[in-house]
Write a protein that binds this ligand. Sequence first.
Ligand code: NAD
Ligand code: UFG
Length: 338
Amino acid sequence: MNILLTGGAGYIGSHTAIELIEAGHNAVIADNFVNSNPSIVKRMNEIIGQTIPFYNIDVADVAALDEVFCKHKIDAVIHFAGLKAVGESVQIPVKYYRNNIDSTLSLLEIMAKHNVHTFIFSSSATVYGNMNNIPYIENMHVGHCSSPYAWTKLFIEQILADVAAVNSDFSVVLLRYFNPVGAHPSGKIGENPNGIPNNLFPYISQVAIGKLAELKIFGNDYPTKDGTGVRDYIHVVDLAKGHVAALEYAEKHKGVEAINLGTGTGYSVLDIVKTFEQTNNIKIPYQIVSRRAGDIAEYYADVSKALLLLNWKAKKTLADMCRDTWRWQTQNPDGYEK
Ligand code: NAD
Ligand code: UFG
């Protein structure tokens, strides 16, 4: 199949493009580098040994998208393009609603024009909000979102359901990612946050390499096994393979399915510190500070639907996640060259 990956130069999209090509599909990428840069595409081409067609366009630009669909016979779209900084979305919500929702609407218009009916969407566990019991199951009530970013994900899920409701050819898979971490085992591509990282794994690896003095653990008084926050961390390569499985499912089924992509296991912040230290034989200095506003104590996925429908489950261990994160960090201490 010929797959268009919007946002395919980003962290998850780049890993997914590689897995798709390794599974025998063709990838076409559209990305405007708003949160990535051209050297990623070069590295992907090196890993895969071929040149992936690439378009530097804003996915909200209908005319530019139309050209891509005219040049390539696209069979399906995976829509990764979106802004994802939760804190920034609270500060500048209009930018998030504009970018994330406009890009989706443009894509839907052009897909309709070119009779493309298969849509895989990068949604997030954040749509479950803060009122559900764990583990999170796809048929739970969604909402009570804690940021404009999260609301963009939920609104887009609704838009896609509305479109599918009146188009019986449409096949939509809403992939609700838990916490993607790790990097490609080659060490050539990985997560490359701008400035000081907000997320745990990139923060720990920058402490490990000496760029940051110590990890600040946000609270040890949560009702969890050791008091620190618990999440379902999933290796980005497992997550990428989940997209290949979702595409193959979507080709054979119509309608809308929300599917969790996680491991089903929760680890605490202290579990991560300990495993990172043991796997990589390096010390992570840390101190406990107060809770971060908006954080939930603990959540992880129920992963039975992914196994049932996609015949997919995550295989990589927490040690794999720590090892691959560290390999990426040591091989690329300053991330991608600009
Ligand atoms: P990323 O920022 O690395 O990748 C997103 C890519 O989209 C970037 O390359 C960016 O340049 C591009 N982009 C953004 N808006 C665009 C536009 N209008 N036109 C063209 N390109 C545009 O993020 P990621 O971690 O790879 O996440 C991919 C998707 O998965 C996002 O939609 C994100 O919200 C979602 N998601 C991510 C996580 C996570 O923790 N990483 C968790 C849940 C969901
Ligand atoms: N944490 C620390 N110190 C840090 C960073 C994080 O203690 O410096 C803790 C957090 O308090 C939390 C855990 O580590 O308990 C994980 O935090 P992350 O920031 O890595 O991840 P979140 O679960 O907060 O958020 C992630 C994505 C969001 C997405 C959300 C739900 O970053 O984009 O999952 O899918 F919305």
